[in-house]
Design a binder for this molecule. Structure first.
Ligand code: DCP
Ligand code: CA
Ligand code: CA
Length: 396
């Protein structure tokens, strides 16, 4: 069945809110940084910073003096935080999400460094989602600044008889949504529209910032072909590296590989990659999945291998995760433990249970086993540990 999916994503979200609140920042590079020891955002994805980011500049600036007085260090975290996001002026200097604050400081010492004010961003996010929800009863909030809307009901509008008019109507909805968010919140976003979620999201990416892009069904191939393989959801840095090693850089090159070959190289996800490269994606817009995971992480004040310290901190994280689990009435199937070593090298280990569980003892036992494996397998100092449960199911 043909569908029309709209995806929207707020532009440089945290930093744009800061600009709105402080008009004097407009036109200057603005960097929003996390430096609180505990992640403020429960379902925050862990950013895996590639090894090459662990350069000499970073090692030097692990020296706390360099980052003191930035104003982005509310709890005296001594510059151990990372860049949450930055505005487009700061991006011109090469500043990126996930980068250590100290590195961002070296790239652009004159930037305005601000701490994350998550309460404010969550409030703004809620207000935006209230606007968005009105555009379709079928919506899926992906994160604080991003959602999908299924607009397929346009097909049932009697006045819209040609497919051309359907796409035009969807585009008008996108324009209206952008206008309404801007009028009410004074913030810009980018909208992507396509026949499915994957294409809609890539359309958004291609039109950033403050853009709107419609990719009609018949344009999908032309749109996808020239993109880099790692633009495709499901292709992370590791997969992209393997593909590049065999001379596959762009999606049109990826399409030359058979489904069997991709399965052989990447397992189950290989099949999805084969489909997505052709713009095939049946994934529904599903409101049930608003909460996809529950997670907590902690950055140690000092890199450590002290088991007592590590397990104590871990116990606290587990308690918090469990508390949220109980409050939200979810059960989980997958437990993931995240470990970031000195130098930002980040690894995850997961365990998927046979059946969903909401039992604290199971969570504790399995999670501790995973953590222990990290401690045994790698002798490096640990900078951060985290726990995430996913594959959630509502028990209500
Ligand atoms: N975020 C974060 N840490 C990351 C990535 C993102 O804290 N590693 C936060 C800050 C962002 C917000 O999530 O403002 C949304 O993330 P996006 O990836 O959508 O990035 P931005 O909205 O900042 O920029 P863009 O204009 O590229 O969407
Ligand atoms: Ca965004
Ligand atoms: Ca986003």
């Amino acid at each position: 069945m043909q569908r029309i999916i709209l995806h929207f994503d707020m532009d440089y979200f945290f930093a744009q809110i800061e600009e709105r609140e402080n008009p004097q920042f407009k036109g200057k590079p603005v960097v929003v940084c996390t430096s609180t020891p505990l992640s403020a955002n429960p379902s925050e994805e862990i950013t895996v910073v590639p090894e090459e980011d662990n350069n000499d500049a970073y090692k030097r600036s692990a020296n706390p003096e360099l980052v003191e007085g930035l104003g982005a260090d509310p709890k005296g975290g001594k510059g151990r935080g990372v860049v949450s996001t930055s505005n487009y002026e700061a991006r011109k200097y090469g500043i990126k999400s996930g980068m250590p604050i100290s590195k961002a400081y070296q790239l652009c010492p004159d930037a305005i460094f601000l701490p994350v004010n998550i309460e404010l961003y969550e409030k703004v996010s809620k207000q935006i989602m209230e606007i968005v929800k009105k555009y379709s009863p079928k919506y899926e909030i992906v994160s604080l600044d991003e959602a999908y809307l299924d607009l397929s009901n346009i097909f049932h509008d009697r006045e819209i008889i040609s497919i051309e008019k359907v796409w035009r109507a969807a585009e008008k909805i996108g324009e209206k949504l952008k206008r309404e968010i801007f009028e009410k919140e004074k913030l810009t976003c980018t909208v992507g529209i396509g026949p499915n979620k994957v294409v809609a999201k890539l359309a958004t990416e291609s039109a950033k910032p403050n853009g709107l892009k419609v990719v009609r069904s018949e344009e999908v191939e032309k749109f996808l072909d020239p993109l880099d393989v790692d633009d495709l959801p499901g292709i992370g840095p590791k997969t992209a590296k393997k593909l590049r090693a065999i001379g596959v850089n762009k999606i049109f090159e990826l399409k030359k590989l058979s489904k069997e070959k991709l399965k052989e190289m990447f397992g189950k996800i290989g099949e999805k990659i084969w489909e997505r490269a052709r713009g095939i994606d049946e994934e529904p817009v599903s409101p049930e999945e608003i909460i996809k995971s529950i997670g907590r992480q902690i950055t140690f004040e000092k890199d450590t291998r002290d088991p007592e310290l590590i397990f104590d901190a871990f116990e606290k994280l587990l308690k918090e995760v469990n508390k949220e689990l109980v409050e939200t009435h979810f059960s989980f199937k997958t437990i993931t433990v995240i470990c970031r070593y000195r130098g930002f090298e980040t690894h995850t280990k997961s365990k998927t249970l046979e059946k969903p569980s909401s039992d604290l003892t199971t969570l504790k036992n399995e999670a501790k086993k995973l953590l222990l494996r990290f401690l045994i397998e790698n002798k490096k100092l640990i900078r951060l540990i985290g726990i995430r449960i996913s594959n959630l199911k509502n028990n209500l």
